[in-house]
Design a protein around this ligand. Structure first.
Ligand code: ZN
Ligand code: ZN
Length: 377
């Protein structure tokens, strides 16, 4: 049993500047700061002030709860905002890296990537949940649909799937064959083989040409997932990542990253990067994706606005220090003596209150972090 510090240091910093809704990680010294030390403790927020208490205060909003257990700290984050791990603040025996798995949302400045599919080391394929239930389960099997592309008619069936409400088009132009749609979407994609797998890039916005509604990239029918584009999966461990245009909430790029990647994958604005993001809030070489102990992980490369990964429901980090970003707040947890003495690090078991994980699944994280006014909550 590793010896561990009785007191976990909790540091809360608040960025009060208005701006793009991003936190400039090079400026955090100027932020408002609160510091707490405690074994088991709860930190409450009241307006924009944080205070610590060992008593339960049911009328106050919990920001963070630390439960000291036999050989680990359990950390419960209670917020109504999406919570992200600040990758560079992780200090563990394997450095500062964080696994990216199905459903992870990765933010580099304003640019957002989502892992929507994963084949894990056990070769199971895992899908991120889909909001678009686009080929609905059809109760009325006698209903005849007509494809708006090829004008052929038919019933909804597994071999001849009609998409029925992927955009706002109604009436005769409502239904379209999945196959016809895929043919059309493929013609709008540039494919390129890369050292890590494959990249697919949309030439024009992925939207309906008639009603201009953003289109999904996948649909679900009877618990099965279907892509609206053609992509053969390799018979090895991989992740599928989409780059989401956050203004329109539509996919503009897809990357297949497989476990035979030849080199670490550089993400950033610079021309030397494998995954390029043309946005001023992205550093030239912002982050790196690599394989670490058979997991795909991401590392930050001293980026200005940080590399953030959403916290999934099941989240355990074996580390001596870690940090979270919630809106305009940074929360750092530290037990640095662990590192200095070289003792095995204590596990921080990170869990979330149910409503948070629910929110992460249901809601898109919003960009307008500026609206995160503590006073209004
Ligand atoms: Zn058709
Ligand atoms: Zn439409």
């Amino acid at each position: 049993m590793p010896a561990y510090k009785n007191n976990l240091e909790v540091l809360i910093k608040q960025d009060t500047k208005q701006g793009m809704g991003l936190i400039d990680h090079e400026q955090t010294d100027t932020f408002h700061m609160w510091k707490f030390r405690g074994g088991s403790t709860t930190i409450y927020e009241e307006n924009s002030v944080y205070f610590e208490s060992n008593d339960t205060k049911s009328n106050k909003k919990i920001l963070l709860k630390v439960n000291k257990q036999t050989n680990q700290y359990e950390i419960i984050l209670s917020v109504t905002q999406p919570t992200f791990i600040v990758v560079k603040d992780i200090k563990s025996s394997s450095g500062s890296e964080y696994p990216i798995v199905v459903n992870s949302i990765i933010r580099l400045g304003r640019v957002e990537y989502r892992v929507f599919e994963e084949r894990n080391i056990q070769m199971e394929i895992l899908h991120a949940p889909i909001k678009h239930q686009d080929c609905q389960q059809i109760n009325d099997i006698n209903k005849i649909y007509q494809c708006r592309f090829c004008f052929m008619e038919g019933n909804q069936s597994r071999d001849q799937l009609f998409l029925t409400n992927i955009c706002k088009c109604a009436g005769n132009s409502q239904a379209v064959h999945l196959e016809c749609m895929r043919y059309w979407v493929d013609s709008n994609i540039t494919r390129e083989e890369t050292q890590f797998g494959l990249s697919l890039k949309w030439k024009k916005q992925h939207e309906c040409t008639i009603c201009k509604e953003s289109l999904p990239i996948r649909v679900q029918f009877e618990n099965e997932y279907f892509d609206l584009f053609t992509l053969e999966r390799p018979e090895l461990q991989y992740i599928l990542v989409e780059n989401v245009n956050r203004e329109k909430n539509v996919c503009c790029e897809i990357y297949l990253i497989h476990a035979l990647l030849q080199d670490n994958i550089k993400l950033g604005r610079g021309f030397q990067c494998d995954i390029k993001a043309q946005d001023i809030t992205v550093s030239r070489h912002h982050a790196t994706i690599k394989l670490s102990k058979s997991n795909f992980v991401i590392e930050d490369n001293k980026s200005r606005f940080g590399t953030l990964v959403s916290i999934n429901q099941k989240c355990e980090i074996d580390c001596a220090a870690c940090g979270f970003q919630i809106g305009k707040l940074l929360i750092n947890l530290n037990q640095q003596d662990q590192i200095l003495k070289g003792a095995p690090s204590t596990q921080h078991k990170l869990t979330q209150l149910p409503q948070i994980s629910k929110q992460l699944e249901e809601d898109e994280p919003q960009m307008d972090d500026d609206s995160f006014q503590l006073e209004n909550k």
